[in-house]
Design a protein. Structure first.
Length: 266
């Protein structure tokens, strides 16, 4: 998903027609651009560039490569502060209709965000996700090999969720560009070109008072030093929800939850 790249900016332009149904972008809905930039610069080493959508929007860069977006609109649009994955679709309107037909909901859109269309949706267990129709970064495949490492859905029933998303995104369809679905033990694993791009696991509780336990998509970022990221998060107003040698679940200074995963453990 790339709101800021003209179609002539690259010799090879990927679109959602070539990588249909795959995770294609992650975006953070925050309240304040400056404090968000400071936190993630300290924890993940990100740099920033503006977007044409306005002063409230930024693109995060890791080693010069765009890895994520920020939209500081949580207060203005009365939205939760949270990380959200976006999936590539041929038609945002059709995807939103499929979600609603299967018991999900539409929160925002579909709406036009040149050079494409987007919608913010929720599955039938309440996990929020987005869809994007249009151009992707010319180095989209490199984006998957950098950050984020992958996304994981914590949900009530992994197999029921796989059916829901599979019907919305045509997972496991034959032909180039479609995602491969594998059932590995208690997890559902989504692959693109053989690489893991998403996992779905059971165990979330729909009525839990703690939002970290309710169904949600968790964004994982690959880092060199998990412990260093956790300490930096604590120093800059965030918190550590859980920590191990290869992975830590963190909360940023505004309350958005994300995971840092060791590059060695990917």
């Amino acid at each position: 998903m790339n709101h800021d790249m003209p179609s002539s900016a690259a010799t090879e332009v990927f679109s959602t027609h070539s990588v249909y149904g795959a995770p294609c972008w992650v975006s953070l809905t925050s309240r304040d651009v400056r404090t968000t930039e400071e936190f993630y610069s300290a924890v993940l080493g990100w740099e920033w560039r503006p977007m044409r959508l306005g002063d409230r929007f930024r693109v995060a860069l890791a080693d010069g490569r765009a890895v994520a977006g920020i939209a500081a609109v949580a207060g203005m649009w009365q939205m939760a502060v949270a990380w959200t994955p976006y999936f590539a679709v041929r038609s945002a309107d059709e995807a939103a209709a499929r979600v609603q037909e299967r018991g999900g909901t539409s929160a925002v859109g579909p709406l036009s965000l040149p050079p494409g269309r987007a919608a913010l949706l929720a599955d039938r267990d309440g996990a929020t996700f987005g869809v994007w129709e249009g151009e992707l970064f010319s180095d989209w495949r490199a984006w998957h090999r950098a950050q984020p490492a992958f996304i994981r859905l914590h949900t009530r029933d992994a197999f029921d969720a796989a059916i829901f998303y599979g019907e919305v995104f045509d997972w496991a369809s034959t032909g180039p560009g479609y995602c491969e679905v594998h059932y590995e033990g208690e997890e559902v694993v989504l692959r693109t070109d053989g690489e893991v791009v998403a996992r779905i696991e059971s165990g979330a509780l729909g009525s839990a008072p703690d939002p970290a336990i309710r169904p949600h998509w968790q964004v994982h970022f690959a880092v060199k030093d998990v412990a260093a990221c956790a300490r930096a998060a604590e120093r800059h107003g965030g918190s550590v929800l859980s920590e191990g040698p290869e992975e830590a679940v963190l909360r940023d200074n505004e309350g958005a939850q994300f995971t840092v995963t060791s590059r060695r453990g990917r």
